[in-house]
Design a protein. Sequence first.
Length: 387
Amino acid sequence: MRYGVFYFGSIEMADVQNGQWLPAGQRRASREEVWHATERLLELGVLAEDLGYDSYWLAEHHFQHEGYEVVPNSLMLEANLVARTRRIQVGAMFNIVPQWHPLRLAEDFSTLLNLSGGRAVLGVGRGTVPRELRSLALHQADIHLAEGDARAAADEQNREVFAEYMEIIRTALANETFSYKGKFFEFPPPGTTGPDGPVESLSLLPGPLHPVDIWQAVTSPPTLSYAAEVGHGCVWWNQHHSFIESQWKRYAELYAEHHGVELRPGEKRILVLPFHIGDTHEQAWTTGRRGHDEFWNLLAPFGWSRGYMGPDGKPAPPGLVPTLEESTAQKTWAVGTAEEVAEVVAHHRDALGLEHLVLFPHFPGHTYDMAAEQMRRFAEDVVPMLG
């Protein structure tokens, strides 16, 4: 099994460590705190390789002055990181595609892929944060300020925008020359001229010199079907373990239908698991609960808990703010001693045929020294238990 590490890029929050709580909207990170987090993220990428991890992932978010996710361009940090490492794979969970011009994302990723010698993967997502999508998207793709029929229509618009952008990105990366005409873009634009007259095609420079590997977040059946059809690898987290198991197997079925290829049980699929290890169960839960609750302080309003199971066995209703008890019972988080964390990982490994597990070791508010310790404890204490 391959192991990776994923960081949001949160600043360190002393009040969280002391067991205090502030509404997310009352936080404001200083520039110095943000840059400290940025430098530590690079240091921990090097440490991840030294500890034997196979992949290292960063998020992409914008304008989060609260300090929860402070990396606006993970590709730039990954370019620095591949110059400081030799082996580890790098990627984003996730580049928010509607916030990019699709050809700029294709150019930037291709440059990173070549600089890395093939160690970069392209992680893509549709987006969740209104102030980012509304401020940066060329075509409105926000879905989180609407309800009912309006939300359904906005979600459909978001999917349509994302699908066209991704088609452009895949086309540009896969071909020496390309042209494209869709609902939102036409390349080259009509009337474009060059030194030799009318321009009828474009060439992405630099083109990728290595295979392009694309990974997508999966939170719904339509996304699962889309990813299988176009061949994206899938990433799951923060969903009840039985929901993940069902979608995990369904992806392989759909992939075989579209591509005529039978995947291994864990092939082209990644599970992300937040974890926190303590010397005792009680110690782990005391510290882990603070970061867990701060995580949901940030993300519960965006509906991230919809993947949890409700009392009726169906997806939880909107507005659920999970407790640590719920998160561990549903096996979406692993908090406890090394033995307890290993038990949760072993469950997922056996249930899914897991090949690539990505760990989330830095809960919002925790220090980066704590995160480094968690990475070491997992590598040195948990991995040997798993064989």
